[in-house]
Design a binder for this molecule. Structure first.
Ligand SMILES: C[S@@+](CC[C@H](N)C(=O)[O-])C[C@H]1O[C@@H](n2cnc3c(N)ncnc32)[C@H](O)[C@@H]1O
Length: 291
């Protein structure tokens, strides 16, 4: 079975045990698109710098993956990585969780191209599609992850309705984000305009909860913590110098350069013998689908 156009083919032969299941999924080719919704990640430059600029140490990635799995992955589970991007979590979940298959779906063809250029573990399958029109049959997923995706969705309620349709009854949705209520990234010190921009882009926790409870989900957990993302300010500077996230597309080149210059100044002043790790806050909202 293979699909043309922007939608990647899904070959049953490559799917192993998950093949029948994926074969049974009704992929809605007509719904697949990349930049029809103004998705900044349809930009090839951003897609190519995203992974190196957002990588985390293996042990952090594994800890995140195990945390996500603890909310709803069981042996044989089928997992949806919605807005999979370059596939960091799709690959990690297939590698470290006892799941049967991970389906990574994203509307950005350049991001999916990057995902496929990386090592794709057995059990991972990528397809084009958007959260508001998920190309899958009803109630096929045990667990759905949305990592750093919720603020990109033009219609969050449509996404919640779609997840209520494709996640099995009693299944789990995990939203990994930073809610507007908790925006405190170090980047805002160097680019103060970003705080206001992100305040408009990122939804508050109550808004997200309202969107999902309207589709029958119940809140099962909400946790928030800061996680080290680089081991020093120098590393943080080098990482951000590539403009590796959508937020930087909202700044002019001049404003970006000024902020980067200030960050470089502070990074160079940091004593190499006592670097300060940089942390970023993440909120994790765990929702249970109606039974
Ligand atoms: C910041 S990246 C996160 C990628 C990955 N989940 C991660 O944590 O590394 C945001 C992703 O959301 C995707 N995205 C944007 N609009 C979307 C939509 N309407 N439905 C699903 N994904 C979307 C983008 O293409 C992009 O790959």
């Amino acid at each position: 079975m293979a699909f043309g156009g922007n939608c990647e083919g899904v070959s049953a032969g490559r799917l192993g045990q998950g093949g029948c299941l994926v074969m049974a999924m009704r992929w809605r080719v007509a719904q697949c698109h990349d930049d029809g919704m103004g998705n900044v990640y349809s930009d090839e430059r951003l897609a190519s710098v995203y992974q190196p600029g957002n990588q985390m140490p293996q042990r952090s990635l594994r800890a995140w993956t195990e945390l996500i799995g603890s909310f709803g992955a069981r042996p044989g589970s089928v997992v949806l990585d919605m807005g999979a991007g370059t596939g960091m979590f799709s690959a990690a979940m297939a590698r470290w969780l006892p799941v049967r298959a991970v389906i990574g779906i994203d509307p950005s063809v350049p991001m999916l191209t990057q995902a496929r250029l990386a090592a794709v573990p057995p059990g991972v399958h990528y397809a084009a599609g958007a959260a508001e029109a998920i190309p899958a049959r009803q109630h096929v997923f045990d667990l759905a992850l949305l990592s750093r995706v919720i603020h990109h969705l033009p219609d969050r309620r449509a996404c919640a309705r779609e997840l209520a349709r494709v996640v099995r009854r009693g299944g789990t949705v995990v939203i990994r984000t930073t809610f507007r209520d908790n925006l405190d990234a170090l980047a805002y010190r160097y680019w103060p305009a970003l705080l206001e921009i992100d305040g408009d882009r990122f939804p508050g926790k109550d808004e997200v909860i309202a969107s999902f409870t309207a589709s029958g989900f119940a809140v099962s957990q909400l946790i928030s913590f800061a996680q080290p993302v680089t081991s020093s300010l120098r590393e943080y500077h080098d990482r951000l110098a590539t403009r590796p996230g959508s937020k930087f597309t909202y700044l002019t080149d001049a404003v970006f350069r000024e902020g980067l210059h200030r960050l470089e100044h502070d990074a160079l002043a940091e004593p190499p013998s006592s670097p300060a790790p940089v942390s970023e806050r993440y909120d994790v909202l765990v929702l249970t689908a109606a039974t």
